[in-house]
Design a protein around this ligand. Structure first.
Ligand code: PLP
Length: 420
């Protein structure tokens, strides 16, 4: 498999002639760019505000709210607010609630010293990049990838080794690919299961095979971004390298978040369970920027993690049904290939059958053309696959209500039928 060393040229912060006469931004800002997903979501929002009937499959939000006990805990904390800064690591109550939560996932034997918290998994991942990667160090991750992996790695100046996992291999990394990547001794291997954007979930056997490879290469930190771990369908189950090889605990950094599991993306709470040195490094970085999570947020987070778990369980069952609706619509379209998603709330069909065709006289040559024409003519917003490193596909985030889901999928089917 050819190795793809990505160096994406960013222009979002290139100075204008006038700005060149001003004090300059840091060099790293030349590598920073706004999230591609947010750009599409903003356009869909703008069209909606103009009165267009828009179905948005673009942004990865779970579209439900947490249980009443979470709000009650937040209200109570507000009534007793101390107004003080909190712990850089996260309050003991929050860390303990997270430890209880991961024990229920089968991740045993972690102590408070192994945990740190942050403003969502995204900030935790940014912290990890700062903590683990010097400029020029290598990070490897499979494509399709969550867009921020590339963006964050670019900002910190890492050398990026993208491991292509096309639809033909069900968007999953093979042990041989991992072996080749780890033989280069990257500082970090970043893994995401269940996957955003593909919805793929690795079986226990697949995790065992990858963990066997990881065990051969002791020089690499392994980050497992598993924030969709409660959203797994079809009885596949959630499996981590630590489940199958507990000795990897001294190199595996497990990332989690309240955002998707509890319908709390706006509350901004993320976690790691990691070797002590890594948790300490992240906590030290926290002390230099966020200081702590707010008290009210902390109380809500404790309630979410330790309270009744019926909301995430019910939502997982609901998403499995939505997955069927989306998947069945997609595979009914001649030429569209969609590995069957088994987790999270994304489908990632290969729509390249449309390339070289026209819609309403407009040529479709890329995923970006396809998504632009689909939004323009059918009012359906999807994210082009190139944002995730797979330009033959697009991402459908299907957490919306069933009525919108069916309307949007019918329009996609119609769009394909109108291609000439
Ligand atoms: N990791 C993955 C794979 C995601 O899909 C997302 C959000 O979409 C995040 C991390 C960030 O989550 P958070 O809301 O906790 O920052």
């Amino acid at each position: 498999m050819p190795l793809l060393l990505a160096r994406v040229k960013m222009t979002a912060f290139a100075p204008s002639p006038l700005e060149e006469m001003m004090p300059q931004l840091a060099t790293r800002m030349g590598r920073a760019k706004p999230s591609a997903i947010m750009v599409i979501a903003e356009k869909a929002k703008r069209l909606k505000a103009e009165g267009r009937d828009i179905v948005s499959f673009s942004i990865g939000v779970p579209n439900f709210l947490p249980g009443e006990h979470v709000y009650a805990a937040a209200r109570e904390a507000l009534a007793k607010d101390s107004g003080q800064y909190g712990s850089n690591r996260g309050s003991d109550a929050l860390v303990d609630a997270f430890l209880g939560h991961i024990e229920a996932l089968g991740l045993m034997g972690y102590k408070r010293e192994n945990v740190s918290t942050g403003v969502g998994a995204k900030q935790i991942l940014y912290n990890l990049a700062e903590a683990l990667l010097d400029e020029g160090d290598e990070i490897a991750f499979p494509a399709p990838y969550w867009t921020s992996y590339l963006d964050i790695a670019e900002i910190v100046g890492a050398k990026i080794n993208i491991l292509p996992c096309p639809p033909e291999q069900h968007y999953k990394l093979t042990p041989a690919q991992l072996d080749e990547a780890l033989a280069r001794k990257p500082r970090v291997f970043l893994f995401n299961n269940p996957s955003n954007p593909t919805g793929m979930v690795y079986t226990r056997d697949e995790i065992v095979a990858l963990a066997d490879v990881i065990a051969k290469y002791p020089d690499t930190w392994i980050i497992t971004d598993d924030i969709y771990n409660t959203m797994v369908f079809d009885g596949v189950g959630y499996h981590n390298f630590v489940h199958v090889r507990p000795e990897l605990k001294d190199r595996v950094i497990f990332v989690d978040s309240l955002s998707k599991t509890y319908g709390m993306p706006g509350w901004r709470v993320g976690f790691i369970a990691a070797p002590e040195s890594v948790a300490k490094a992240v906590t030290t970085l926290n002390s230099n920027h966020i200081t702590s999570l707010p008290e009210v947020i902390t109380a809500a987070a404790v309630a979410a993690l330790s309270g009744p778990q019926d909301v995430p369980a019910a939502k997982c069952a609901e998403f499995a049904v939505k997955r069927d609706r989306v998947y069945n619509a997609l595979i009914s379209i001649p030429g569209v290939v969609c590995p069957r998603p088994q987790g999270a709330f994304y489908a990632f069909p290969d729509i390249s059958v449309a390339f070289g065709k026209k819609h309403n006289g407009v040529a479709i040559t890329t995923d970006v053309d396809f998504c632009a024409a689909l939004l323009e003519t059918k009012g359906v917003a999807c994210v082009p696959g190139s944002a995730f490193g797979e330009p033959r596909a697009l991402r459908i985030s299907y957490s919306c209500p069933d009525e919108a889901l069916d309307k949007g999928m019918a329009r996609i089917v119609e769009f394909f039928a109108e291609l000439t």
